[in-house]
Structures are given as C-alpha cells and as structure tokens.
Ligand binder design. Sequence first.
Ligand SMILES: *Cc1c(COP(=O)(O)O)cnc(C)c1O
Length: 382
Amino acid sequence: MADKRVIKTPYYLCEETLLENNLKILADVQKRSGAKIILALKGFAMWSTFPLVSKYLKGCTASGLHEARLAKEEFLKYKEEAEIHTYSPAFKEDEIKEIAKISNHIVFNSPNQLKKFIGKIKEYNKKIHISLRINPEISASPIDIYNPCGIYSRLGTTLENFDESVLEHLDGLNFHALCEQNVDALEEVLLAFEDKFSKYFKHLKYVNFGGGHHITKDGYDVEKLIRIIKIFREKYAIDVYLEPGEAIGWESGYLCASVLDVFQNGMGVAILDTSAEAHMPDTLAMPYRAEVRGAGSAGEKKYTYRLGGNTCLAGDVMGDYSFDEPLQIGDKIIFEDQIHYTFVKNTTFNGIKLPSLAIKRKSGEIELIKEFGYEEYKRRLS
Ligand SMILES: *Cc1c(COP(=O)(O)O)cnc(C)c1O
C-alpha cells in the first residue's frame, strides 16, 4: 500500500469505495424508480473517476460549453450511449453550434432564448431534445445564495412568462429548486410544479427534477423518493430525470493540509498550507463548518486553535477546533467531506498553490492524480 505521506499537502483525496457506495445508492434508485440519473458536473468533475461513475449513471449535465466538452471527452469514452444535457442561464451565439453538436439535450432558461436558437440547433443536430427550465416559484432552499426560486430570480421561466408558442418544440421541462434537501422538499416543489404546469405534460417526453436531492446522505428517505417518481411516471406516462451533483461526491473524501505555524494571540492560532477562501469556498459562502478528523468544537478538548489559511485575507478562517494534544508544526489536518463543490470552485487567489488531486483506489492504494504549481497561477493572468 502506498504511503500517503509521500503526497505533499495540500491535497484532496477521493476514496473510490465511498464514491462507489454513493453510486450504488443512485443506481438502486434508477433501477427501482425507472428514473434516469445524470451527474451535475458543476458539483463534482473529478474526471479520473469517470470509469467508475459511468458504470452507474446515465450521463452528465453540463452548465455550458466547457462542462459539455468535458463530458464528451471524458465520460463518453467509457460509455458511448451516455447522455449529455446542457443548460445555461443564457447561451451565446459563438458557442451554440459546438454545444448543439455535443449535447443530446439542450435546456433553455427562457422562451426568448429558445426561439432565438431553435432553428440553428436543429440544423446542427437533428436528434437533439429540447427542454425549458421552469421556475416553480417555491422557495425550498435554506439560504438565498442557493435559492433559484427567490424573488427576482433569473433562473427558469415562471408560469407568467411561459409562452405556449414554444410548446411544439419541447420534449421536456426542467426544474431545479432544491439544495441539500430531503424528499419532503421535493414533494412540496413537485406539487407546485404540477399545479402550474401539468396541463402541458401531454406534449412532453420527460420532466427533469434537477439536483439538490441529498439522496446519499444518511437519513434521506430513498423509499419515498422512489414512490414519488413511480407515481409521477405512471400518472403522466413520461420519463423522469434527476441530476444531482452533491449526492455523488457526498462524504467521499477529504482535504489534507499541514500545520505551518502555531502561536498564541489571545487563543491558539494555527496557519495551514491551504485556504478556506480558495480551497473550501462553501465553508465561507454557505457558510458551514467542515469537520476535522479527531478534533472537537472549541473548548471540547484540551487544546483549542483557530485554524486559518495561508492567504492575506483576514477572514480566511476555517473555524475554532480543539485537539487532545497541542498542535505541532508539520501535523496533518484532515477536513472531512471536501470533494463536492471544492476543487471545481478553486482559485489561485493570493497565488496560493492549488491542492493536488489524489484517489484512494479500492485496493487501498493511494494514487496522486495531479499536482499544480506556478503555471496555473500565471496562465490566467497577463
Ligand atoms: C447545481 C445544479 C444541479 C446540481 O445540484 P446539487 O445541489 O449539486 O445536487 C443540478 N441542476 C442544475 C440546473 C444546477 O444548477
């Protein structure tokens, strides 16, 4: 077994066994509900795991040209029949041709956009399926920054803005209104969605229930999800898609960092070779507290430290954590559950090095997949 100490910190480590456990749960939902589940690349795009992911999921959902290209280059090669669905809040003239050629499904955000591009798209790809994203106008998300149905939202078409002249082009409707939620939230959104839009279902082949379903989290009511999907499919005789991102990467690995310095300033302070701002952005945006392996909350154990990043941003702080032993320079700190919405959002702010990407294989072997350096920082500046 490879010794993980040879991988220099900071690094993300995705554990294949944990990832596969998630994929198996999702495959079971597909099998028993008849829904198709595709991976939202926005949340998890570690493409070196796609040989595994493609065994279980039907394809990918992309937020635009680059994600669609990644799906084509790195998912289709393991699963030829995989589907690529592409949605953007707005598509651009100079990208639409390539997007249409790559995608099996294209999802428009507004009737305007659909009408603008429908002619060209059909020219580039005769077999493409067309959908429109709906805003069911029910706020199910816990916080505003992750609520696509909030007031003045730009995401999706409300019933008032729905234009029946686009119906002849539609194969499906999409909604995406959840964020880390259980099935009760889906039930609520679905009710509002059906109430407003079921009159149009007779024109459709499918409805896409979006992402935000926390299916792989302990306590998620998988049986109820399966029941809801089955009832929906039977009632309207149309297919159902789900496109989770977080549920795929959920608790499938960690971010490992080293302690660079420790001192007292009213309390213990430790500086790590990673950054909350650059490498764990949702801990600041959401915000939430990442668990640290072996650590407790402040004061719970004998030695408490404020853990902070190695950037000049004062607020680049992961939080206050306590340990059984005093922290030493060189100690490893493991932040749990740092695989989804982390490296897909990383920046080189402050010139800080991007964490390496590593995979723990099912055999237990740890493989360093990629290391980053100065080039990633320089190439994006001029
Ligand atoms: C972000 C997003 C998803 C995935 O959401 P998760 O919360 O990661 O499951 C799916 N569909 C759309 C349209 C999205 O914007």
